[in-house]
Design a protein around this ligand. Structure first.
Ligand code: 13P
Length: 343
């Protein structure tokens, strides 16, 4: 194993006050995000938008790594620099989404598992040669009366663990992402119960596959009420439930936990992260962010595919990253939202 590579990468990703930008939307997902702001999704517009994010002045103050989609790993900036090299110049690590998306699990209630293990070891070498030092694999779980099922919990835990072992054997730090979806009417308590089962199963599988917990990033969903739940939990309730479950299931050997935003508003994702740090200051892990939507919503809306808006969009991205950095240190206050140009 390339222990030194893994050590160097995790040291950077676990830097206090820094987080990860997820900019690894698949062609289909970025197409939806662009359509919502009236931008056509082409190879060129996708590269332009991602360059806008990565070229934001001084963004390396708050961002330690950027997760890229396969296409972006091979694209160049407008100045002809490959994106991984462009990030490297700013002391930001390049990561790569390596899963190949979701497939349905037959004989379950429309549950899904993640594909992409075939040929992964070979692909991993190629990604490493192209400058990636960490990777991401996402598994999803929906909450309903009968889901997630034991079959889905087991299948996804095994997938995440097999992937993580393949990453580490190649000297790549795996982001292990079990996402319990926010959609639905479930309560905070139901999310808590499901999350505990899911995280427990994931760590059991990681152990069985000899994954070194010191060299991975856990990217979980927060424990939160479903989007359609009548009773929406406060940041304090989200923080209390999330920390309780993480303490029960995630060994202290894990250096950093970087949450996904999962459809929360940018302000909500920031407030919830901050609440965890104000609730408990002595945490066994670094607790930070790896957001896509909660970091990109404002810049994307401001950009609208027009280069005239690039610098305003970059400013919005910088401000949002800064607020999340403060939240990851327990130093955010909602009144700061008014101080930015976004309120
Ligand atoms: P969101 O923050 O938009 O949930 O995206 C994070 C991510 O990487 C999803 O896989």
């Amino acid at each position: 194993m390339y222990i030194q590579d893994l050590q160097n990468t995790i040291n950077i990703l676990a830097t206090p006050g820094k987080g990860i930008l997820a900019a690894d939307e698949s062609a289909a997902t970025i197409g939806k995000r662009f359509a919502a702001v009236g931008v056509e999704s082409t190879e060129k517009t996708r590269a332009e938008y991602r360059e806008l994010l990565m070229a934001t002045p001084n963004i390396n103050e708050f961002i330690a790594g950027v997760i890229l989609f396969d296409e972006t790993l091979h694209q160049k900036t407008s100045h002809g620099i490959l994106f991984p090299d462009f990030l490297k110049k700013q002391n930001i690590l390049a990561g790569i989404k390596v899963d190949k998306g979701l497939v349905s699990l037959p004989f379950t209630q429309e549950e899904q598992t993640t594909q992409g293990l075939d040929g992964l070891a070979e692909r991993m070498q190629d990604y490493k040669n192209k400058g990636a030092s960490f990777a991401k694999w996402r598994a999803v779980y929906a909450i309903s009366a009968n889901t997630p099922s034991t079959a889905a919990i087991r299948a996804n835990a095994e997938g995440l663990a097999c992937y993580a072992a393949i990453c580490q054997a190649a000297g790549i730090v795996p982001i292990v992402e079990p996402e319990i979806l926010i959609d639905g009417e479930h309560t905070l308590e139901q999310c808590e119960e499901v999350s505990e089962k899911v995280f427990h199963a994931v760590f059991h599988s990681l152990f069985k596959h000899h994954v070194k917990l010191e060299y991975m990033v856990l990217k979980p969903s927060m424990i939160i009420s479903g989007k359609k739940c009548a009773k929406q939990a406060t940041p304090e309730q989200v923080a209390k439930a999330t920390l309780a479950v993480l303490r029960r299931t995630v060994p202290a050997a894990v250096r950093t936990i970087n949450f996904l935003s999962g459809g929360q508003s940018p302000e909500q994702a920031t407030a919830n992260l901050n609440a965890m740090h104000t609730l408990q200051t002595q945490l066994p892990w670094n607790l930070s962010y790896s957001y896509a939507r909660a970091l990109q919503d404002y810049p994307l809306k401001i950009w609208q595919g027009n280069t005239k808006n690039t610098s305003a969009a970059q400013k919005a991205f910088y401000e949002r990253a800064k607020l999340n950095s403060l939240a990851s240190l327990g130093k955010y206050n909602p009144s700061m939202e008014k101080e930015t140009s976004l309120a």
